[in-house]
Write a protein of this length. Sequence first.
Length: 95
Amino acid sequence: MRLDDELDEHIDYLEIDVQGSDFAVLRGAQRLIEHHGVSVIRAEFAPDMLREAGDDAVEMLHWLYDRGYVCFDMPMDCVGEQTAQMWNASRTVSP
């Protein structure tokens, strides 16, 4: 299942935590991201797990940057309203 096959509207917040397959999920949401927009994407960034899944961590970061996202490190307990506040404070471009 791909997010592109399930969603066809703007999404405010997308959280991805799939143990190293995060880049695969992002690629499966490419149309959603590029055409409808996702305001905030929170994804686990674990280079070792990405490599084990056959993906490249640097390529994932470039993929996000190329679509207008700003990447930053967040505490594991930062969710909900805190996430929105951090995003608004750090956002320099819109997807």
